[in-house]
Ligand binder design. Structure first.
Ligand code: AMP
Ligand code: MG
Length: 481
């Protein structure tokens, strides 16, 4: 009976300062809550011949697959602007699973017990938030946005102390790697050039092999990471995703969305949208995500200074010039993304105005971000009375004229819009409803929600309830749960 694991643990072979060797702490009574069979298939893994009891043992870390070398990874990070030593305080990397000998995926348990990086934490995670990460990360994947993914959640049979006693759980996270800006900050802070070179070479080999033998490796690396992160944040802006905790330790070098703590999707359009209960000043609000991406990239660039030029002043100057390009690259990508959302072909000098006029109207009228684009596509749109507003109709007429320019047609425009505008997103109230049912052992709502979120760009019947915006304007989310 083989599952098909094919572990190759290159990160654990790096020098000791990169990680701590540690096993997951066994749990009392693990139970399988959810398994992502589709993802398993993509990973060439077959769990079909294993009973649920053994699966629970496997995904809790009570039994550990052969050929793994379990570690907690060391990293640092700026949390809300303050630099701190962090590391996997409640996660253990099983190793890298190879698919078809070539594609490499980190398999990590989150909530697997204390490590030397736990500080005062208990190393554990709670069922609700782990299922929430499962749902939202899978939704983000279905939206065609790079992300870590979720393979399984088990409950541990143990209680975790938060404000109350809550059921413990472990999430199995799959990522193209867990290397973060914070990993570079941790190594750079130690000021050992050879470790920095090791990390740069390792990351390039893993994520950007095309620049392995480039002459200006550090600069090419910085540019590529910037490009990836820029694309990621544009994708978030496209679907109304608010990450919520864009600390530098939560920014991957692969360009995947990571760390689904306080994230949530925006309903009515408001650039100042914040859900996180601790984000008092809106540092990670919807519209602040691009400048924060740039800020994080600047912290990343700082780590590379010793490799950019022997003369520190020259290196800083070069790095600054690169980071200063962010704005231009972002604006261009954002503009093109918004053109796609509106089904516009080519470029027109009035496009920015057209786009901003719509956004301003949406803000003023508390129009739902997702549903407004559904209305424009004439697909599954709901609550359409709002669009009878005269200002909107004027805007609509201008938009229709623009659609027909540059060789565009209604038909082609709609095709383009359908690829870029989700019809359904994980609405906060539907996610909460599904989690509430799951906490009472009713998995039907969460499975139903997951199946709907799997096809966000496809017209589906009977999903009106999943399109209605939440009527809780003060929806709050929480970190570190
Ligand atoms: P996060 O807010 O999930 O990005 O986590 C920030 C840091 O806190 C990371 O170093 C985590 O490993 C650590 N951490 C979060 N929750 C816990 C916990 N319950 N026990 C130990 N460490 C934790
Ligand atoms: Mg984190």
């Amino acid at each position: 009976m083989t599952i098909g694991w094919h572990f190759d643990n290159t990160y654990s072979k790096l020098s000791k300062i990169f990680r701590e060797e540690i096993k997951p702490t066994p749990v009392l009574n693990p139970n399988l809550v959810i398994l992502n069979e589709e993802l398993a298939k993509d990973l060439n893994l077959d769990f079909s011949k294993i009973n649920n009891k053994d699966l629970a043992k496997l995904f809790s870390g009570n039994t550990i697959p052969n050929d793994t070398n379990t570690i907690a990874q060391a990293y640092a990070g700026h949390q809300f602007g303050h630099f701190t030593m962090l590391g996997d305080g409640r996660a253990v990397l099983l190793g890298e699973h190879l698919v078809n000998e070539s594609e490499r995926f980190d398999i990590q348990f989150k909530g697997s017990g204390r490590t030397s990086f736990s500080r005062s934490g208990d190393g554990r995670a709670v069922l609700g938030p782990m299922l929430r990460e499962y749902v939202i990360s899978e939704a983000v994947h279905a939206l065609n946005i790079p992300t870590t993914r979720s393979l399984a959640v088990v409950s541990t049979g143990e209680k975790v102390v938060r404000e109350n006693l809550l059921p413990g759980a472990i999430l199995t996270r799959v990522a193209s790697s867990h290397i973060r800006v914070g990993t570079f900050q941790y190594i750079a802070a130690r000021q050992n050039l050879s470790d920095l070179i090791t990390l740069v070479d390792y990351t390039i080999q893993r994520h950007y092999p095309e620049i392995q033998s480039s002459k200006n490796k550090a600069l090419d690396f910085l540019n590529l990471v910037m490009e990836k992160q820029c694309q990621l944040v544009v994708d978030w802006m496209r679907v109304g995703f608010v990450h919520g905790v864009m600390n530098t330790d939560n920014m991957t070098l692969s360009g995947e969305t990571i760390d689904y703590g306080p994230c949530a999707f925006m309903d009515h359009y408001n650039p100042k949208t914040v859900f996180s209960s601790i984000d008092k000043f809106g540092r990670y609000s919807f519209s602040n995500q691009p400048p924060i991406t740039k800020w994080n990239l600047a912290r990343f660039a700082e780590c590379l200074i010793p490799l950019i030029d022997k003369n520190e002043d020259t290196a800083v100057k070069i790095a600054t010039e690169i980071i200063d390009n962010f704005q231009k690259i972002y604006e261009e990508k954002w503009l093109n993304m918004m053109r796609d959302k509106l089904g516009l072909f080519g470029e027109d000098k009035n496009d920015i105005e057209l786009i901003n006029n719509l956004l301003n109207w949406m803000k003023k009228n508390q129009a739902d971000y997702t549903n407004t684009f559904c209305y424009l596509m004439n697909i599954n749109s709901i609550r359409n009375e709002i669009y009878k507003d005269k200002n909107f109709i004027d805007w609509f007429n201008n938009w229709e004229k623009r659609v027909l320019t540059n060789g565009g047609s209604k038909e082609n425009s709609l095709k383009l819009m359908k690829k870029n505008n989700p019809i359904v997103i994980p609405r906060n109230h539907k996610v909460e409803e599904a989690l509430e049912a799951a906490s009472n052992n009713d998995m039907k709502p969460i499975n139903n929600l997951l199946s709907i979120l799997k096809k966000p760009y496809t017209k589906q019947d009977n999903i009106k309830n999943f399109q209605v915006p939440s009527n809780n304007q003060n929806y709050k989310t929480f970190c570190g749960t």
